[in-house]
Design a protein around this ligand. Structure first.
Ligand SMILES: [Zn+2]
Length: 185
């Protein structure tokens, strides 16, 4: 799923766990952070965005080439797979649970947010699915729908997800207003 949407839904689910929600939100966007850092890196050092390139292939061509370079970059390839691997997650979780316990706290909050990202991506990536047990196995489990590819209902998913986000925002606002009016009574 789209990185920002991961953060949003994690907030909705864990917003009442005040001690952990911030950390869970960071955890929920953590596997995708590499894309943004490396996109900036390619933008600055990649030599793809040049006046010449914009003149010959246009902005869409340049953006397309940059996205291509991003996903072909070895750093992105490794961190993308590691961040979306349930095996890597489980190893980190064992360490954290051993030292900090499994109950929700800052540390486990981060890890539960991260786990949510892996599970949601598992269900919403088809052709672009990632080996679930990287680096131990190449087994790829493809999700039933894609969050973007119309061939796998990506258009329906985006539409329904968009509506649910609007409904959730309205619901959150109503709750906030109600809580405030109760406090002022
Ligand atoms: Zn992801």
């Amino acid at each position: 799923m789209n990185t920002l949407h991961h953060g949003f839904w994690t907030y909705v689910v864990l917003r009442n766990r005040k001690e952990a929600v911030k950390y869970a939100m960071v955890g929920s966007i953590f596997p995708d952070i590499v894309y943004y850092i490396m996109f900036l890196y390619i933008l600055i050092f990649g030599d793809i965005l040049t006046a010449d390139a914009v003149n010959t292939i246009g902005w869409t061509g340049v953006i397309h080439d940059m996205a291509h370079a991003l996903f072909a970059h070895p750093v992105v390839e490794v961190l993308r797979q590691a961040g979306h691997s349930i095996a890597v997650w489980a190893i980190v979780y064992c360490f954290v649970a051993y030292y900090k316990g499994w109950r929700i706290n800052r540390w486990t909050g981060f890890l539960y947010g991260w786990l949510g990202h892996i599970v949601i991506d598992l269900l919403t990536h088809v052709e672009d699915a990632i080996p679930l047990f990287y680096p131990f196995s190449d087994l790829i489990i493809r999700g039933p729908i894609s969050y973007w590819n119309p061939t796998y209902h990506g258009d329906v998913f985006s539409f329904i997800n968009g509506i649910l986000i609007i409904v959730a925002i309205i619901w959150l606002i109503i709750q906030k207003v109600n809580a405030r009016s109760k406090r002022s009574l």
